[in-house]
Design a protein around this ligand. Structure first.
Ligand SMILES: [Zn+2]
Length: 229
């Protein structure tokens, strides 16, 4: 089992990916990872600038969001992350951003239609809209789980808020958040040119099945190099 220090280093490094792909502004956005074999998660501290994040500043909490280790307060979104881990045992990583194109769709409360092959591959469906929910209790977590449980999409547009993405690992969840913003931007641009047609469902099904099962290099499933690309 990977130890907590390793996971802290991974979660810290993944926050740099949010910056690199232009998903976050100031201190917004956060990544967490489940600690395998323990009822724990690792998440970003609240209000610390991205420049100052180090593995040591990452916070360890239990799955009710109570701090177990760390010198700062955990992200104010910790309750939502913790709720997802409690409700969805298959989830190993959670990401939250207000990335601008995806959040523009969220602001309108409009699902992003599955109209390009990249969406069929990665999301296997429209990227759905979750309910409007205020921070402070389990409402956001409940909305994420109610929308994504049983859905192919690893990302949800929480209405008038932003993106939550999940994955088998924190890296997978970051990839889903990056791809969500990418297709949100493309579909926004397409909309400026005129109406856009959703792909036929059989084509979406074929794209998704191929991408999930055939595409990629197929290293060991739990390898950090396992992301398809
Ligand atoms: Zn937020």
């Amino acid at each position: 089992m990977r130890d907590i220090d390793t996971i802290r280093a991974e979660v810290c490094a993944l926050h740099a990916e949010l910056l690199r792909w232009g998903l976050v502004t100031w201190t917004s956005g956060n990544v967490s990872a489940r600690v395998p074999g323990a009822e724990l998660l690792v998440i970003k501290p609240s209000g610390v600038s991205y420049d100052e994040l180090t593995p040591e500043t990452m916070i360890v909490t239990d799955l009710d969001g109570r701090v177990v280790a760390g010198d700062h307060s955990p992200s104010s979104d910790t309750a939502a992350h913790a709720y997802v881990y409690r409700a969805m045992p298959e989830v190993g990583g959670v990401v939250h951003t207000h990335s601008p194109y995806a959040t523009a769709w969220a602001a309108r409360g409009e699902a992003i239609p599955c109209a390009i092959t990249a969406m069929g591959d990665e999301f296997g469906d429209d990227i759905p809209v979750g309910p409007f929910a205020l921070i402070g209790d389990d409402s956001i977590g409940q909305g994420i789980v109610a929308t994504l449980r049983g859905h192919r999409s690893p990302a949800v547009l929480m209405r008038q808020h932003g993106v939550f993405a999940i994955g088998g690992s924190a890296k997978d969840a970051v990839k889903a958040a990056v791809m969500c913003e990418d297709v949100a931007r493309t579909m926004h641009l397409a909309r400026q040119l005129g109406p856009v047609d959703r792909l036929p469902q059989p084509d979406i099904d074929r794209l998704h099945d191929r991408y999930q099962h055939v595409y990629g290099q197929h290293p060991a499933a739990d390898s950090p190099e396992g992301a398809k690309g």
